[in-house]
Ligand binder design. Structure first.
Ligand SMILES: Nc1nc2c(ncn2[C@@H]2O[C@H](COP(=O)(O)OP(=O)(O)O)[C@@H](O)[C@H]2O)c(=O)[nH]1
Ligand SMILES: [Mg+2]
Length: 412
């Protein structure tokens, strides 16, 4: 079995917007849900899934034997790690609320889902208020600013010394050094290069940057290294409709998905209890055991159905798919041993699904599976077309690939 390279998705937002509900829905791990600030005292980490059509279905194969992922009726669910971060408040970078503690838990995140209460029923401090009485636009701006200030404070702590050291190096080595310094924040060399380009700061001496330049650079680095999409939660509350419309106008260029975390959680629970048939991400559900439902349950599910009709589902599967496949720009590829039967050496059909960044080459995939497989790389075979692929061939989403390598026999 090929293990997944772990992608870490961070769920952020102020208190009471529905982060823990979303986390529970995505991971189906019941966590404490209460209408009070700071219930989530320790960051929660769980496993959620990206949904894709399984190639066994596309190819008309009777079945597959998913191993590192799950196949439910022709839908492949590929795991990612999810972290639920306690409510972020203004002033967190200075230690307000739970302060730096939870910002620290975001260091390793690759992409962020910023949950807002799109019904406008949560005030800036996370207290419940009348729906429609608070404009969540401010939260979007505030939280990202908080993140920038925190990141700036980390970089600033040794900037005067570091910047002088960077100036003494040729640019490429300086970039390398700066990336190393930031690697604990899951910031990579390519991110630093792009941020320097975007801010047009690469020509100037690092030590000449004032606070202003440093902040512009950090802000750009944050957007590049931790892309953030917005989950407009509580979209099931009627007041949310107008607020979402108005947010769409003001947040042009940003990715926002209306969701109802509560509806998704109810569906997953009803499905686990055998009351309905619902596969996460479906646009609708089917009642299978009406007899075991209370009238209240039936009414609640009917309400969810009318919401789903309006939005094409609950949006929860869409938000995690969008975060990983769009915002992080990743694809799913399927390595196999036998390109004719599309199976591994034990005969398992399409056992592994691997998340890789878009643009990944055949040789890079080999390295992701096993270093030796990469080192001895000869060529790859596209199992669908049976054509040979060279080392630098760029793979596409849904590709099924056999790697031919000199080192494979030695590895066994
Ligand atoms: N109507 C509605 N309420 C929700 C939704 N998601 C969460 N809530 C409610 O919002 C409150 C706060 O949820 P919680 O997940 O604890 O928020 P957190 O503090 O951000 O983790 C709870 O009362 C939830 O039941 C949703 O999609 N729709
Ligand atoms: Mg919570």
């Amino acid at each position: 079995m090929v293990t997944q390279t772990s992608v870490l998705v961070g769920i952020i937002g102020k208190t009471n917007v529905g982060k823990s509900t979303l986390f529970s829905a995505l991971t189906m791990i019941p966590v404490k849900i209460e209408n009070r600030p700071f219930v989530t005292l320790e960051p929660n980490v769980g496993i959620g899934y990206i949904r894709q059509t399984c190639p066994h279905k596309t190819l008309g194969l009777p079945r597959c034997d998913a191993r590192n992922s799950i196949c439910i009726e022709g839908n492949r669910f590929v795991p990612v790690k999810i972290i639920d971060v306690p409510g972020l408040v203004a002033g967190a970078h200075e230690g307000r609320g739970l302060g730096n503690k939870f910002l620290d838990s975001l260091r390793q995140a690759d992409v962020l889902i910023h949950v807002i209460d799109a019904s406008g029923s949560t005030d800036p401090e996370g207290r419940p208020v009348k729906p429609g009485s608070y404009d969540p636009y401010d939260d979007v701006i505030l939280i990202e600013r908080e993140f920038d200030l925190w990141l700036t404070s980390i970089i600033k702590s040794d900037w005067s010394r570091l910047s002088k050291a960077l100036d003494a190096l040729p640019l490429s080595e300086a970039i390398e050094r700066l990336s190393q310094r930031l690697s604990g924040l899951s910031i990579k060399k390519s991110h630093v290069v792009r941020a320097l380009e975007e801010t047009k700061l690469s020509g100037s001496k690092f030590s000449s940057w004032r606070d202003e330049e440093l902040q512009i650079f950090v802000s750009s680095l944050r957007r590049i290294s931790k892309p953030t999409i917005i989950a407009a939660n509580k979209a099931d509350i009627p007041e949310a409709i107008d607020i979402i419309k108005s947010l769409e106008k003001r947040l042009q260029g940003r990715i926002m998905v209306p969701i109802s975390a509560e509806a998704e959680l109810a569906l997953r629970r009803a499905s686990a209890a055998g009351l309905i048939k619902y596969i996460p991400g479906d646009r609708d559900y089917v009642v299978i055991d009406r007899g075991r439902m209370t009238p209240a349950q039936e009414r609640a599910l009917e309400k969810i159905r009318s919401f789903m009709e309006r939005f094409g589902g609950t949006g929860v599967q869409r938000i995690i798919n969008t975060a990983v496949l769009e915002a992080l720009d990743m694809i799913v590829v399927y390595p196999v041993e036998d390109p004719v039967r599309m199976c591994d050496s034990s005969g398992n059909i399409l056992p592994d699904a691997i998340l890789a960044r878009r643009g990944v080459t055949a040789r890079e995939l080999a390295y992701m599976i096993h270093t030796e497989l990469g080192e001895g790389f000869l060529y790859a075979i596209d199992a669908k077309t049976k054509s040979r692929l060279g080392a630098d061939h760029v793979l596409s989403d849904g590709d099924i690939v056999k790697i031919v390598s000199t080192r494979k026999k030695q590895a066994r």
